[in-house]
Ligand binder design. Structure first.
Ligand code: PLP
Length: 299
């Protein structure tokens, strides 16, 4: 491997203390060459999308919202009845791959936990770090968004927990398909709407909107991810003296908002500049301040 590379990979020896290690007595994780194959063709993560992940922003070599991501990782594992991740081992591996990277302003880490090889009983885990792509355009110019029916009611998490709504599972083929549908409709991104007509989230982001002096997000318990970026957006808004709140709302009500953003790790805040073909006002000043704040986070 080159010195201080743009990519780094570490494979966990014992992703969960509830399952046996892959190699008795070995260190918690080992660096591996990301250009080489490491995953078995029998791994349930690959054959059934049976696993979970987290994508974490790294600013100037520091993981952002790391503890929040780790908590959500453990929550997703519980929703899938996966062995509980050993968060100390994961934290150490994440910090190590970040340290191994050439430090640039923006990188990201992806942590993946799968159910492992069928019948083996040992989960598979790895963390991969890479420099980030340039996200200036979505952060400044904004994104054109279409609203698409997700096909589940807003209370799916309560009525049908086996659908795993609200868990960050590896089964993102549907989310990718939704983005391709947006492209077919001459848009960049998507806001999912529940089958009973409530605004939910994007395929890779949370929805945040401002009305007057209050910044809102649709809420929790709606079969959507509890966003780490959304939580930091609220903290930023509160630091400016704005109020924050949760509001379950209809697409027509979102159209009436003063501004809206799709917010997520790595891309950060992308202002919505068009919603279902209708131009949407972008608050450039607030967006610039927000992205500067999110980029500078070092916790
Ligand atoms: N909702 C979904 C479906 C996502 O995939 C993501 C991020 O990947 C988010 C929301 C935003 O979460 P975070 O801000 O923690 O990255």
């Amino acid at each position: 491997m080159e010195r201080m590379p743009r990519y780094a990979l570490a494979i966990l020896n014992q992703p969960s203390a509830e399952a046996a290690p892959h190699l008795q007595g070995a260190a918690a994780f080992a660096f591996a060459d990301p250009a080489e194959p490491h995953l078995s063709v029998l791994d349930l993560g690959a054959t059934r999308g049976d696993g979970i992940f987290e994508s974490i922003s790294v600013g100037d070599g520091r993981a952002q919202a790391l503890e929040h991501h780790l908590r959500r990782f453990a929550g997703s594992a519980a929703k899938l009845d996966l062995p509980a991740p050993d968060l100390d081992a994961w934290r150490a591996a994440i910090l190590a791959v970040i340290d191994a990277l050439d430090p640039v302003e923006e990188s990201w880490v992806k942590a993946v936990l799968t159910r492992g090889i069928e019948g083996d009983g040992r989960p598979t885990g790895w963390v991969y770090a890479s420099h980030s792509a340039d996200n200036t355009a979505p952060r400044t110019t904004g994104v054109r968004v279409v609203m698409l029916d997700r096909g589940f009611r807003h209370d799916v998490e309560l009525t049908s927990p086996w659908l795993l709504a609200g868990a960050k599972t590896l089964s993102y083929a549907v989310n990718r398909a939704a983005i391709r549908e947006a492209h077919r409709r001459d848009a960049d991104d998507v806001i999912f709407v529940s089958s009973d007509g409530f605004v939910l989230e994007g395929p890779t982001s949370s929805v945040v909107f401002r009305r007057g002096d209050t910044v809102y997000t649709p809420g929790t318990g709606l079969g959507i991810l509890e966003g780490t970026t959304q939580a930091n957006v609220f903290r930023y808004a509160e630091s400016l003296g704005l109020a924050t709140g949760f509001e379950l709302l209809r697409p027509a009500e979102l159209q009436q908002a003063d501004a809206a953003w799709l917010v997520s790790s790595v891309r950060l805040a992308a202002p919505v500049r068009e919603l279902d073909g209708v131009p949407f006002s972008v608050d450039h000043e607030f967006t610039a301040g927000l992205n500067a704040h999110l980029l500078a986070l070092r916790d």
